[in-house]
Design a binder for this molecule. Structure first.
Ligand code: FAD
Length: 402
């Protein structure tokens, strides 16, 4: 459907979702457009480091920034609400609290939702691993487990990036967690299936001295309050089940007609424009590009910048530009035991690389929220103090011991 001609002095752009992709889009639009960012969460959340909440080296406040401040500073309006439906033909969307917002162009950046693949009991008994709140809750449960007497069992479902990083953080607490047994269950034949096999071997080698078991090639069939059941018939005892198993599309995409019955994610053109509606762009994890990309924060940010430019061009009747992804190496931390830098099929491993991941975190947070007012400056100082206390000083101490 072609874009409607706006009768407003400033064309209206509504952005649904204000995390990596949506916030970046907002920051690349200026006041020539009336931009509204709608998110159900009051905070921007730095998801790539949420595993560190399990060991306590990060606090929830380190990983959150107030969205209203960020959006207002970019010159736009922030609305905290859950979007429940988008009527693209009518140029209007609705929220759970009954409000309606009209738009000339819309950018959808809703990410994904936890996927338990219909495994019986997983929604109820396994703890999800998708947000700051989720991981803070897992951290609290771990603390209460290690305070209990006797042996305790933790099962991590999923041996991908999140599962391996979660294991690393549990092992970072190994002094305090000697009574913990950890089992990582992965349905595929090895850990970190998309990465070179050397990573699987390195993670197993680092875990050899700890009480860790790996069950690969073992899909989970059911989760109960005290057990994880495998397709082999084995029943693993579990006092805490962490579900890092998967991610799927938000139901909003299908309900609003952005994704068809056979699509998981919303199909877009190479210019990130919805294949179903001309005046709508889908970006970040929610988008199915003509050539699939890994669902990574830096691609989400790059898409946000591209979609902002294309929304401007669309409303000005100009030709859209294709999205050109710029891949970056992936940094996988394994607690304080190791960090892997993965680029294509090559891997560099060193605990010292944790400093690089931390520097990316600190620099990007400061770029998103420059310390221009007292509260932003206070929060920046607290993040830097946390890094010094929890990461830099222990690293220095271990170097001195060595
Ligand atoms: C544990 C973990 C570790 C990761 N590690 C890395 C890493 O090391 N490097 C890396 O590059 N990437 C990493 N990622 C992936 C990265 O976090 C995602 O690719 C990125 O968050 C995608 O950004 P997005 O803006 O598309 O979606 P999200 O960040 O998921 O944001 C979606 C936003 O939309 C809002 N929203 C959703 N539905 C609605 C609605 N109906 N109404 C209103 N608001 C809504 C949400 O509240 C949220 O703010 C990791 C992810 C996880 C979970």
């Amino acid at each position: 459907m072609p874009p409607r001609t706006s009768t407003h002095s400033r064309p209206r752009i509504v952005i649904v979702g204000g995390n990596f992709a949506g916030l970046t889009a907002a920051r690349h639009l200026d006041r020539r457009h009336a931009v509204t960012v709608i998110d159900r969460s009051p905070s921007f959340e730095w998801l790539p480091n949420i595993h560190e909440l399990l060991s306590g080296v990060k606090r929830p406040a380190d990983l959150r920034l107030p969205l209203r401040r960020l959006v207002t500073r970019a010159g736009h309006r922030f609305v905290r609400a859950e979007v429940t439906g988008i009527d693209v033909r009518a140029g209007c969307l609705g929220t759970a609290d009954g409000r309606e917002f009209e738009f000339d162009a819309c950018i959808v950046a809703v990410g994904g939702v936890n996927d338990t693949f219909g495994v019986k009991g997983a929604e109820r008994h396994a703890m999800p691993f998708k947000s700051v709140d989720d991981c803070a809750a897992i951290g609290r449960r771990l603390t209460s487990l290690v305070r209990q007497s006797g042996e305790q069992s933790v099962v991590i479902v999923g041996g991908g990036l999140e599962g391996v990083e979660a294991l690393g953080e549990i092992l970072r607490r190994r002094g305090a967690c000697e009574s913990l047994h950890v089992c990582v269950v992965e349905s595929g034949p090895r850990l970190l299936s998309g990465a070179p096999p050397a990573l699987d071997a390195a993670v197993r080698a680092h875990s050899a001295a700890c009480r860790v078991r790996f069950c690969t090639g073992s899909p989970v069939t059911a989760v109960t309050r005290t057990q994880v059941r495998l397709s082999s018939g084995e029943r693993l005892r579990s006092d805490l089940t962490i579900w890092t198993g998967g991610v799927t599309a938000s139901p909003l995409l299908r309900e609003s007609g952005l994704a068809g019955k056979s699509d998981r994610w919303a199909p877009v053109t190479s210019a990130l424009q919805s294949k179903k509606f001309e005046n709508l762009f889908v970006i970040g994890d929610a988008a199915a590009l003509p050539r699939a990309l890994p669902k990574q924060a830096y691609f989400a940010m790059q898409m946000g910048e591209c979609a902002a430019g294309n929304a401007r061009r669309l409303l000005a009747g100009r030709e859209l530009r294709a999205f050109r992804p710029a891949p970056k190496p992936m940094l996988v931390t394994f607690g304080d035991l190791d960090t892997f830098l993965v680029r294509g099929r090559s891997v560099i491993a060193s605990p010292a690389l944790a400093v690089v991941k931390e520097a990316v975190f600190q620099a990007t947070m400061a770029q998103i929220d420059p310390p221009l007012d007292p509260s932003a400056l206070r929060e920046l100082k607290a993040r830097l103090r946390g890094t010094a206390r929890n990461l830099a000083l222990p690293a220095l101490a271990s170097l001195l011991r060595w």
